[in-house]
Design a protein around this ligand. Sequence first.
Ligand code: DOR
Ligand code: ZN
Length: 395
Amino acid sequence: MKIKTYNNLEVEVENIPESEAASLTALPALIDTHVHFRTPGAEYKENWETGAQAAIAGGVTSVLDMPNNTPSITTEEILDEKIKLVDEQLAKINIPLHKYFYLGATADNLAEIEKCKDKIIGVKIFMGASTGNLLVSDYEIQKKIFQKCAELNLVVAVHAEDDDIINAEKNNFPNPTVEDHGKIRPNRAAKVAAKKAIELARETGATLYILHCSTLEEVELVRRAKQDGLKVFAETTPHHLFLTETAYETLGTKAQMNPPLRLQNDQDALWQAINDGIIDTVGTDHAPHTLQEKTSPYPQSPSGVPGIETYLPLLLDAHSKGKISLEKIVEITHTNAQKIFGIKETGDLVLVNLEETKTIKNESLKTKCRWSPFAGWTLKGVPKYTVLNKIIYKI
Ligand code: DOR
Ligand code: ZN
């Protein structure tokens, strides 16, 4: 059947019922630049069998997976072992998801970065501690990693929250509640770390990718870095685009993540930055934790929310309200990721019905953790089929 595309062309897709074809619009399948599929070490939260099904349900056929596993992915040997496990899991469900892996930076793994250079999509530096035990907070060590990545032409992806600021703030909250999460990890922590990372990109010539930008301050820093001609790129997340701190009232620790939810003016700045081309990508930071873990009292509750199967409907709903064009959605979920990371076109598609509405329900989710901060949201724009390597998956 011929299906119309988001940019008014046509594409041939076999085996779509004729009665449905006219109601569908084809977009390039999404590339999720930021997932935590939890293999190895925390498969009780997610594995690649459930993660890949969640990806397909969200119109995603390519994922960039993070290294904060157990053990952390910091050497070639550990990376090889992870890739083997992932391949085994994907084979079981016959979903040949396109997968890319970040290597985690440590204070002393430059030689491993070099060994892994052809097997990885980039190197991740946690400038502030988050889930897992990866952390490099020393500027001189960070600089050596940036230099090595510049030399090897690898993207440096940073979790930009300043560890010193977070640790100092923690002391100010002896009995914290989740409402304090954003005060313990304030905008200033993101700003200071992003500023350092941009300085390092300037000094070393490395390509910098700032993960999950959440603040007005980061947007302004990235805007200036781009004006200066630096190779600095920025990601934001669906939760920072669609939730603010007010979500603690209804979701409590289910709305806890790093970096934290911010204020409305931050969220407005993120949307503006998308439309200005300052924010390049939306990566979900799909970070599943079980409901039981998430509902532990703060701060024992872990940070992170799942998001891979709900971000396209959220963006399509925003489109239906005139907030973003389909062309822009394709840029931030597909084309810009290809450009930044050098990912080749696959021809994979997601076919969506822009007129249909659907309510997000926890029990329908494919992610192993089976909850979403967006449960109960009714959204206009529904992914119906995902096409991966010409295989058609009905959603
Ligand atoms: O909220 C988060 N969850 N932020 C991170 O940096 C890590 C992630 C996770 O792995 O759970
Ligand atoms: Zn993450």
